[in-house]
Each structure stands twice: as structure tokens, then as C-alpha cells.
Design a protein around this ligand. Structure first.
Ligand SMILES: *[C@@H]1O[C@H](CO)[C@@H](O)[C@H](O)[C@H]1NC(C)=O
Ligand SMILES: *[C@@H]1O[C@H](CO)[C@@H](O)[C@H](O)[C@H]1NC(C)=O
Ligand SMILES: *[C@@H]1O[C@H](CO)[C@@H](O)[C@H](O)[C@H]1NC(C)=O
Ligand SMILES: *[C@@H]1O[C@H](CO)[C@@H](O)[C@H](O)[C@H]1NC(C)=O
Length: 218
């Protein structure tokens, strides 16, 4: 009777595909053997039962670990894609009323103020007075300016260093941009649609602010 119950268990394990785990040398009806081997067979049946249980236990834990690692893998993928989105620059889009130009947004202010006030105004707009990198950028900006309209840019004359200096601290490279007019005390720079000119910093002129899209937008 005992033996039959155990035999049913073995059949179950066969059905679940763990067949390979039972020693192949044992005949199928080993657990129903003759009486003089009874004790030995019972012991080996117990042993097999333990073996089967061990195999089931191992398979379950292997399945569990696999599932766990695949969950971990997918959470790493989620993490990676999240990092990707944060690493990518934000959608390059200028605020309302700011005009895009390459990697900048420009704001053309149409009131007129002394240079230092326009500098302060751009600062309150979380931007700076216009910096111009090269001839190409200059021409692009000048093409947006109506004839006869003048705009301060972020360049003035430093008396102590006797040189034109951008508000970011760099000196003007005069091989790239040439300024028409005096280089003297209290001189600031404006642009028209065709020129770069120096003027007394107290003159009241319109101005252009810039935001750099890549670095400054959150
Ligand atoms: C994602 O970024 C976090 C910190 O921002 C970092 O700890 C983590 O290692 C990054 N993951 C990948 C997959 O780059
Ligand atoms: C700009 O300069 C004028 C005169 O030098 C001064 O009255 C004014 O307060 C200055 N503006 C700023 C924002 O510093
Ligand atoms: C400052 O601006 C000028 C004009 O755009 C540029 O040539 C220079 O490289 C800038 N300097 C720094 C330190 O960013
Ligand atoms: C020129 O600009 C610098 C800031 O870049 C400022 O400290 C200085 O007062 C300005 N000079 C004049 C005459 O406005």
C-alpha cells in the first residue's frame, strides 16, 4: 500500500518533466519489490523521494532567481531609459516672444535705455546682453534688424585694460569683429543692420538679450 502511494508521487514527477533526475538504473516498479528486499527498497524509496523533493526545490529556486534577475534587468532598462531622457537636452524651444537663432533665443527690447540699464534688464530676464561669436552669427542677427534701428550688445570698453571686453569676461577678438568708432572711456557697443559701432554708454538705445538654450534651461 505504502509503495503505491510513493509510486504515484514518482509518476507525478515524471509528468512535470523531472524524469532525468531519477537514477535510470532503477526499474519502474522498484518500490513494489519482493519482501526480502523490502527494507532496503523502502529506504531507497525514501531516498528517491528526498532526491525528487530536492530537485523540485532546486528547480523552484532556479525559476525564482531567473524571474528575479529578469525583473532586475528590466528595472535597469527602465533606469537607463530614464537617464537617457534626463541626459538628452530638453526640447529646444524658446519662450514666447523670444526668437530662436541656432542654440540661442533672442529678445529684442524695444524700449531705450543706457547700456548699464539694459545689462540689468537682461539679467532680470534670466538672460544676458547679446554675445556674438562670429561673422556668421552677426549677419544672421543683423538680418533680423530693421534699417535704422540700433541695439546694445554685451560689449564695452574697459579703461583699465584698454580693450573691448564681452560681459562674459572674454576680450573681443578684433580679427573676427571690427568696431567702428572710438575706443575710449565709457564706450559701449551697439549693432545696426549693417554695422558694429561704439557709442557713449549713457546714450539711450534699444538692446538684445540672449538665452543659451543648452546650458540655461531647466
Ligand atoms: C542613472 O543615473 C543615476 C544617477 O543619476 C546613476 O546612479 C545610475 O547608475 C545611472 N544608471 C545608468 C544605467 O546609467
Ligand atoms: C546706470 O548708470 C546710471 C548713471 O551712471 C545710474 O544712475 C543707474 O543707477 C545705473 N543703473 C544700474 C542698473 O546700475
Ligand atoms: C564670451 O563671448 C564671446 C562672444 O560670443 C566668445 O567668443 C567667448 O568665447 C566667450 N567666452 C567665454 C569664456 O565663454
Ligand atoms: C563694462 O562692463 C562691465 C561688466 O562687464 C562693467 O563692470 C563696467 O562698469 C562697464 N563699463 C561701463 C563704462 O559701463
Amino acid at each position: 500500500m505504502d509503495g503505491q502511494v510513493i509510486y504515484a508521487d514518482l509518476n507525478l514527477t515524471r509528468d512535470t518533466g523531472l524524469e532525468h533526475s531519477s537514477p535510470p538504473s532503477l526499474p519502474q516498479n522498484a518500490c513494489q519489490g519482493s519482501s526480502w528486499h523490502k527494507l532496503a527498497l523502502q529506504l531507497s524509496c525514501v531516498g528517491m523521494l528526498l532526491l525528487v523533493l530536492t530537485v523540485i526545490g532546486l528547480s523552484v529556486s532556479v525559476m525564482f532567481l531567473r524571474q528575479k534577475s529578469s525583473i532586475e534587468r528590466s528595472s535597469v532598462i527602465v533606469q537607463e531609459s530614464r537617464n537617457e531622457t534626463t541626459a538628452r537636452p530638453p526640447l529646444l524651444k524658446c519662450p514666447t516672444n523670444w526668437r530662436p537663432l541656432r542654440d540661442k533665443c533672442l529678445f529684442f527690447c524695444h524700449s531705450s535705455k543706457p547700456w548699464n540699464d539694459s545689462l540689468a534688464d537682461c539679467f532680470t530676464k534670466e538672460s544676458s546682453l547679446l554675445l556674438i561669436q562670429d561673422q556668421e552669427e552677426l549677419r544672421s542677427i543683423q538680418s533680423m534688424i530693421d534699417k535704422g534701428v540700433l541695439f546694445w550688445i554685451g560689449l564695452n570698453f574697459t579703461l583699465s585694460e584698454k580693450n573691448w571686453k564681452w560681459i562674459n569676461g572674454s576680450f573681443l577678438n578684433s580679427n573676427i569683429l571690427q568696431i567702428t568708432g572710438d575706443a575710449k572711456e565709457n564706450s559701449c557697443v551697439y549693432i545696426s543692420n549693417s554695422q558694429i559701432l561704439s557709442e557713449n554708454c549713457d546714450a539711450e538705445i534699444k538692446w538684445i538679450c540672449q538665452k543659451e538654450l543648452k546650458c540655461c534651461q531647466k
